[in-house]
Design a protein around this ligand. Structure first.
Ligand code: GLA
Length: 737
């Protein structure tokens, strides 16, 4: 194993020559560096280098991905890994950039097609390359048939995060069927101690962090559900045994796709580890007529030498600057769902709005139940007209009252769904995803509209456009409460029906994009029974995400820690709700609930009719405090100082403002034992020379804690929060003073 490793590393790392005759690009724009003679491509950004080239067989092969190399380091054209035996032929152990299923490939292909004559062999060879703005475009073609593949590479200059995607085009005279298609294959440097981290879950238990060693064989994380899913999230990180929270290498990536997806991490028989991410090949088929194309989603991949914390800070920054449509501090919202469920009406909502406004809430959101015959989950979904029994004069009086109280108005919708008991379904029973003559399986009494159909798309655009045009709505909470079933599309020929998996999501993105274009001031939250649709695809078209229906503040610490591995606090909604919690019945103080929710974008989801005067006073104070720290919390650098993973009794996070002038420490105690040692929490990321004053928002600090000290002091000596008992929390602000 060791010899093989050394040989392969030498081949992969290019020890044999120099990258001569470079056309060095402008580093600030991360322009690729291309060695035309050697046919080697190199992307540099942040502290990262990614390099690949054309091997002597004309196949595209990875050379390097990791910490930045020096500009003139040797990167010769790659050579295929020599055959180990007739059982490990070269083709199947060489790290390719985008291998077709063909020529004997038995590891995971990036692309697999079927031709009308039954041939299922695809051998992609380099044809050419060009620079298109900030992207490097490389074209490949099958050895003999006119199947063309265009690969796009773009590296973010600041973070070194690479985005990759592919387009396959049928230039043959007949159809070809795409059976499997990835955005990218990405090869890790050869090493034998990788660990894979990923996020799994279920309803009310999203973003659970999993870690396992990478060994021979494959790990597949996926959604077959037509939506991103709670069950697994399309993010992975690969680390080495030495990697810790703030040190050591981490390679990470996330797929920007809100439909059925798969990420495979597999180790070939000689120890090469590759990541293949794209459409889920399960039940997948996309037939291309002559001249047609299919584009993959984007896969975003990064590297950090600064541990898991460094990796997530890099990725958060990338999301803030490259993915999110706009970056504005999240307004503090109130949502009445947990207070009223479906029992919404004008008087009740107005009363809640008045109470919410008195707290300093900035956005008031009416959840489910305002439309059609919607009194429970059984009816009305699909009928996006105001229920006049509940709102006799439409939404206008409520919206006006909310606006007069100084708040924006937001509304819940679930556009992709329909109850069979609805006017929409009675008029268009064929609009749902189904197979003719087969049961249409319901979940939460609802069916999924086939958004791949143009008439469904047009209808939803018209209805939502009208809703937003007629009312002063600043915000939509866009829900999606069930997985697909019986994924048929009977209106199109059988050979085209499985296009559903792609066309549905394409149309969802188109719909969101068009609504944003027509109503640029409206913000949108992605919700799918909590965090079932959080991914970089939907994030590019929405402003925030609902992370989980589980609003228990302790459970949330774990969910939020898992979420933060992949996604930015800038979009992470977190509500303060009632105690005991409706899901798990845990009782916690209002202060603890606030501090837990302050880790993200704060919302209130409690029944304000049950609050007493003291609750109002405390909540008002904490909301005012939150507004002073929210930019740091949402858009600062996050340090997971003590992770709650693994059931740790204590946990703590620190957010440091981009200018380094403010830092916010949140510390939690699950349950204190008698005289348990509680070492001070040592901060990170401060400017050691600046003087920071300390202010406590919630909880307290040990008696002799100084009121003012240098960044060096807070990082070296630390802070000791005064936490004793069960479910205790402290929120401490440090400001340059
Ligand atoms: C889903 C959401 C909840 C709420 C309900 C309304 O479960 O996750 O927040 O909006 O739908 O029916």
């Amino acid at each position: 194993m060791k010899n093989i490793d050394r040989r392969r590393r030498a081949v992969c790392m290019g020890m044999l020559g120099g990258l001569a005759g470079l056309t060095m690009g402008d580093a600030a724009r991360a322009r690729p560096t291309i060695d035309d003679a050697a046919r080697v491509f190199r992307l540099d950004g942040g502290a990262v280098t990614y390099a690949f080239g054309v091997n002597p067989d004309g196949r595209l092969q990875t050379i390097y991905w990791g910490s930045a190399l020096a500009p003139d380091d040797p990167l010769p054209a790659p050579a295929p890994v020599p055959e180990n035996s007739s059982n490990e032929t070269s083709i199947t152990v060489t790290p390719f950039e985008y291998p077709g299923f063909g020529a004997g490939l038995t590891v995971e292909p990036a692309l697999k097609v079927t031709f009308p004559d039954g041939v299922r062999d695809l051998d992609l060879r380099y044809v050419g390359h060009r620079i298109d703005g900030e992207r490097l475009i490389v074209t490949l073609k099958d050895v003999s048939r006119a199947v063309h593949v265009t690969l796009a590479y773009a590296m973010d200059a600041a973070s070194g995060i690479l985005s990759r995607s592919a387009v396959v085009e049928n230039r043959t005279n007949g159809w070809i069927q795409v059976d499997q298609m990835a955005a990218a294959s990405i090869n890790l440097p050869y090493d034998d101690d990788y660990r894979l981290s990923y996020l799994t879950g279920r309803w009310a238990g999203e973003f659970a962090l999993q870690t396992r060693p990478v060994g021979p064989g494959a790990t597949v994380i996926e959604s077959r559900k037509g939506v991103t899913s709670h069950q697994a999230n399309p993010w992975i990180a690969l680390s080495r045994a030495m990697t810790e929270e703030e040190s050591g290498p981490v390679w990470f990536g996330a797929l920007g796709w809100s439909g059925a997806w798969r990420i495979g991490v597999d180790m070939d028989s000689l120890g090469g580890v590759r990541v293949t991410a794209g459409y889920n090949p399960f039940d997948f088929a996309y037939r291309l007529k002559p001249g047609e194309r299919l584009a993959s989603p984007l896969f975003h991949a990064g590297y950090s030498g600064d541990g898991f914390g460094g990796a997530s800070r890099l990725f958060h920054r990338y999301q803030r600057t490259r993915i999110l449509p706009a970056l504005r501090p999240r307004p503090v919202l109130y949502n009445s769902w947990e207070a009223t469920e479906f029992a919404v009406d004008e008087a009740g909502q107005m009363a809640l709005a008045e109470k919410a406004a008195s707290l300093g809430i900035e956005r008031f959101v009416v959840d489910d139940g305002w439309f059609g015959a919607r009194n429970n989950s059984k009816a009305g979904l699909g009928d996006w007209v105001v229920n006049t029994k509940k709102f006799p004069n439409g939404l206008t009086p409520l919206i006006k009252r909310v606006n007069d109280l100084g708040m924006e108005f937001g509304l819940w919708v679930e556009p992709e769904m329909v109850n069979p008991d609805s006017d929409l379904y009675r008029a268009h029973p064929d609009w749902v995803i189904h197979f003719p003559g087969r049961t249409r399986s319901e979940a939460r009494d609802q069916l999924v509209l086939n958004l791949a159909r143009k008439d469904v798309y047009d209808h939803l655009l018209t209805v939502l456009d009208r809703l937003l045009g007629a009312n002063n709505i600043a915000f939509l909470k866009w829900d999606h409460n069930r997985a697909w079933s019986e994924p048929g599309w009977p209106q199109v020929p059988p050979a085209e029906q499985q296009r559903l998996y792609v066309t549905y999501v394409d149309n969802l993105y188109k719909l969101l994009g068009e609504l944003r274009r027509r109503h640029p001031k409206v913000e949108i939250e992605s919700c799918a029974s909590g965090g079932g649709r959080v991914d970089l695809g939907i994030m590019a078209l929405t402003d925030q995400v609902w992370v989980s229906d589980n609003t228990d503040p302790y459970d949330r610490l774990l969910i939020q820690d898992g979420f933060s591995r992949a996604y930015a606090p800038a979009i992470m909604m977190a509500w303060v709700t009632d105690s005991p919690n409706w899901v798990n019945k845990r009782a916690t103080s209002l202060e603890y609930r606030f501090v837990s929710s302050m880790q993200g974008a704060l919302g209130i989801g409690a029944n304000l009719n049950h609050w007493n005067a003291r609750d109002f006073t405390e909540a008002k104070r904490l909301i005012a405090e939150y507004k002073r720290i929210r930019v740091t919390v949402q858009q600062g650098d996050l340090y997971r100082l003590i992770s709650p993973q693994g059931g740790s009794a204590r946990s703590a996070t620190l957010s440091v403002a981009q200018d380094g002038n403010q830092a916010v420490l949140f510390a939690f105690l699950h349950s204190g034992g008698m005289r348990d040692p509680a070492p001070p929490i040592r901060l990170r990321g401060l400017d050691p020379r600046k003087m920071y004053g300390l202010r406590t928002i919630a909880g307290g600090v040990a008696p002799r804690t100084p009121k003012r000290a240098s960044g060096a002091y807070w990082m070296g000596q630390g802070i000791q929060p005064n936490l004793a008992g069960d479910f205790q929390a402290a929120a401490i602000v440090l400001e340059v003073a």
